[in-house]
Structures are given as C-alpha cells and as structure tokens.
Design a protein around this ligand. Structure first.
Ligand code: SF4
Ligand code: SF4
Length: 208
C-alpha cells in the first residue's frame, strides 16, 4: 500500500533509533533548507555547522532543527543509497507550499545539493514513481477516486528553481501559483499557472 506519512517531532528520536540511524556528521539539511528561527535563507550555511560536520549547538539547537527529520533518518525503507551525504538529496514530507489553498496537498520535497542530483539513477525513477503513486492515492493509501481531492505533490528544489513532478512530465513552477488538473480522457495531468491576483480569486472561488 502506498503511504508517505508525516512524522511528528516527538516521533523522530524513536523512529531514528528503530531505523538504527543518526545524523552523524551530516548537516545537509542545515545547508539546503531555510532556518527561519535563525534567519538563515535556503542554501546558506548555518554559522553553527562545525568544520567537519555536526552542529556546535546541538543540545540547544532551535526547535525548528529539533523538529526536522529527513526520510532517510527515520524511514528504513530508504536504504543507504538514500543517505543524504551519498545521494546529495534531502527528502522530507511536509505541508504544501505555493499551491492554491483550495487544493492544499501534502508535499514530498526533494532538495538537491548539486544540479541534476535528482536526475541520476536510481533516484529519478523512484522519485517519478512516488509522484505517480502520490497522485493516484489518497491519504489513507487507497486508490484515489476521481471526485476525491488531490493530496500529494512532489517538488524538486534545485538551486533557485522548483519543479513539480507529474506522472508524465516535469513542470518548472519557480515562483508560480498553479493548480494541477487531471484529464480523465487520456489519464494525463497538466498545470494551470496564475498571477497572484488570479490565484487569490481562484482560491476564493471567483473564477470566470
Ligand atoms: S539531512 Fe537528514 S541525516 Fe542529514 S542532518 Fe539533516 S536530518 Fe540528519
Ligand atoms: S543550528 Fe545546528 S541543527 Fe540548526 S541549522 Fe544550524 S547547524 Fe543545523
């Protein structure tokens, strides 16, 4: 059954222990993700990262750092090839970002250390498979009925760009407002892009 689950912050330590994983000298999420509490933008090095890896303020690190876990750390189905320092990918499941609120799905985020890291195998095939499975299933892991809301999307974060992975294509959605559409006749997906005003009206149901 397909199911990618949110991890609550109080589950992290136990799941990591069960998976036999620790961050060790990895600090890739610290380098690639925004750390709002410390006012560090995405892709900027945190001043607390130590020269040979690890966090200098580990015991007192902010809650945003404590509450984060990449999939490899807590999910044993992600084997060693997915270890962030090997794959160059930080993968986590979180809330939607720039999608219109009315379709608000969950997002599988893939942050890349290097350009094209996600296009290497076996990563690309697996990421595409997650995207397809996510679009075709509901949050209970059952096949999504046509009338049911879309709950998943898969976003690649590569340098300053973001890409949305659909089952048959990859769309550049950098700084875009958009909605995903499923075409029942040929079973394909597409996206419709909006300006900020159009997106606000669309979210309020004010479309013409
Ligand atoms: S990317 Fe994963 S393994 Fe690396 S420091 Fe972050 S949570 Fe730990
Ligand atoms: S405070 Fe520590 S855990 Fe948080 S981003 Fe900086 S180095 Fe990483």
């Amino acid at each position: 059954m397909f199911k990618l689950k949110f991890i609550a912050s109080n589950e992290i330590d136990e799941l990591a222990k069960k998976a036999g994983r620790t961050c060790g000298d990895c600090t890739l999420c610290c380098e690639l993700l925004e750390v709002e509490e410390l006012k560090i933008p995405a892709r900027c090095k945190c001043p607390h990262e130590m020269k040979h890896g690890g966090c200098a303020i580990y015991q007192t690190r902010p809650s945003v750092c404590r509450d984060f876990a990449c999939k490899w750390l807590v999910d044993p189905t992600f084997d060693e090839i997915w270890k962030p320092l090997i794959s160059g990918l930080v993968i986590y499941f979180g809330e939607g970002d720039n999608m219109l609120a009315k379709e608000a799905p969950s997002t599988l985020n893939v942050h890349c250390r290097d350009k094209g890291a996600w296009l290497r195998e076996p990563y690309y095939s697996k990421i595409k498979q997650w995207a397809i499975d996510g679009l075709n299933h509901n949050l209970d892991g059952e096949l999504r009925k046509p009338e049911e809301q879309i709950y998943y999307k898969t976003i690649i974060h590569e340098e300053e760009k973001q890409f949305l992975v659909l089952n048959n294509q990859v769309e550049d959605i950098t700084s875009s407002y958009y909605a995903m559409r499923y075409h029942y006749d040929d079973k394909t997906w597409s996206i419709q892009k909006f300006t900020k005003d159009e997106a606000e009206n669309y979210a309020k149901g004010l479309t013409c």
